[in-house]
Structures are given as structure tokens and as C-alpha cells.
Design a protein around this ligand. Structure first.
Ligand SMILES: C[S@@+](CC[C@H](N)C(=O)[O-])C[C@H]1O[C@@H](n2cnc3c(N)ncnc32)[C@H](O)[C@@H]1O
Length: 207
């Protein structure tokens, strides 16, 4: 089953609050984005946003230049419906992040919570990093959150990778400077906990 088929099935069969990664608000992500990009005109892309409320919170905080990308049309439709008229303010992209064409050097901030860890093949991880390098402005900010070293080995029935700050940084390479990292215990809607890692890097100035 390819990524699209898998995720469309997830989002057509589960309510937004009934998935393990659900949080009412992605507070850690929002705080990191606000720290990285003070200017509300900064262009922010949320990779694999799913049905998360990060886009609502970015709009409420005043960000004016937001792109939401996900492989699932269903997830994007749910988010658009929730936002109502505000959905018009967002650029929407449906696509697989390892394959999609993104505008070169278009984004100040790249955010991904719980997508990169699904890339279990080196080729897909390398394709993902290639997209970051092309799409993020030199000097831009990259915030990636994955399962931590003590996180689950599977999510949504799929095998996942687990990272500490060093191993995640290694995937991205020398052009990325690690600014900070932290771990978070995420409480799932089922009362269990999952360890997440957040890494915030900056991209080097020369492409
Ligand atoms: C675990 S969910 C996380 C959703 C959201 N980021 C959050 O934290 O609530 C993973 C999301 O990534 C999307 N996704 C998975 N693989 C993808 C890919 N290759 N390209 C784009 N989106 C992908 C899924 O559709 C899903 O919405």
C-alpha cells in the first residue's frame, strides 16, 4: 500500500481526535515556529499537517503566509472545513513530500511533526532532505519532530524510525546547524504516552 492509500484510509475511518498523534494544540511546534520566525510575514510550510490545528493557531497568531501540505486529500478537506472562510488564506498542497515539486527557496520555516519518521528507506529520507534543501530559503529554519529513542516502533500500523538529536541531524547533513532539541512525552487520546523529539535547525546561507 502506498502512502496516499494508507493515509486516505486512516482519515476516512477515524475522527480527528481518535488518532494517537492528536493534540488539541501543537504547543511545542507553535512555540518553536514563533521563536524561529518573529515576522508574521514569514512563509511557513507545515509538512504532513494532517488534521492538526497548528494552521488555526498560526493564523490566530497572525502569520499571513502559510502553506499546508499533506498526502491525504481527506485530511486537508477536514481542515479546510474547520477553518471555513479562513481556508482561503492558506496555500494548500496535496502530495507526497518525497515526490512533490515545491517552489524553490520559498519558505522561511519548514515544520514537520510526525512525518519524517515514517520514511524507513534511505532513498525516501534522502529525497525528503533534497526537498528541504531546495524549498527552504538559505538561512531558513527547519523544525522536525519524530519519535524519540524511547518512542514507539510503529504508528498507524506502519514501521517508524526513532531518532535522537544527533542521529536526526546526521540524516540532514552538514548544511544544517542544530540550534536546539528537546523531548516531549505526548499523551495519546488512549491514555498512553509516546516520546517525541523536536529538532530545530538552521539551513546554511549558501545553497
Ligand atoms: C502522524 S500524522 C501527523 C499529523 C500532524 N503533523 C500532527 O502532528 O498532528 C502523519 C501525517 O503525515 C502525512 N504523510 C505521511 N506520509 C506523507 C508523505 N510521504 N508526504 C506527505 N504527507 C505524508 C499523513 O497523511 C498524516 O497526516
Amino acid at each position: 500500500m502506498n502512502a496516499k492509500t494508507h493515509w486516505e484510509k486512516v482519515y476516512t475511518t477515524k475522527e480527528p481526535e481518535a488518532v494517537s498523534w492528536y493534540r488539541a494544540h501543537l504547543e511545542t511546534s507553535l512555540a518553536l515556529i514563533e521563536r524561529a520566525a518573529h515576522s508574521r510575514s514569514a512563509s511557513v510550510i507545515d509538512i504532513g499537517a494532517g488534521e492538526s490545528t497548528l494552521v488555526d493557531d498560526l493564523l490566530a497568531t497572525g502569520y499571513e503566509n502559510i502553506t499546508v501540505l499533506d498526502v491525504s486529500q481527506t485530511a486537508v478537506d477536514v481542515t479546510k472545513k474547520r477553518l471555513g472562510l479562513l481556508a482561503k488564506k492558506i496555500d494548500w498542497i496535496i502530495g507526497d513530500i518525497t515526490q512533490v515539486q515545491l517552489e524553490p527557496f520559498a519558505y522561511d520555516v519548514w515544520h514537520d511533526r510526525a512525518v519524517f519518521h515514517f520514511l524507513t528507506s534511505a532513498a525516501k529520507r534522502s529525497a525528503y532532505v533534497g526537498k528541504v534543501m531546495k524549498a527552504v530559503k538559505p538561512g531558513g529554519h527547519v523544525i522536525v519532530s519524530t519519535f524519540g529513542p524511547e518512542g514507539p516502533t510503529k504508528c498507524s500500523g506502519l514501521e517508524v524510525m526513532r531518532y535522537d538529536a544527533e542521529s536526526l541531524h546526521e540524516e540532514f547533513g552538514q548544511r544544517f546547524r542544530l540550534v536546539e532539541s528537546s523531548k516531549e512525552l505526548h499523551e495519546t487520546p488512549f491514555g498512553t504516552t509516546q516520546q517525541f523529539l523536536y529538532c530545530y535547525c538552521r539551513v546554511g546561507m549558501s545553497p
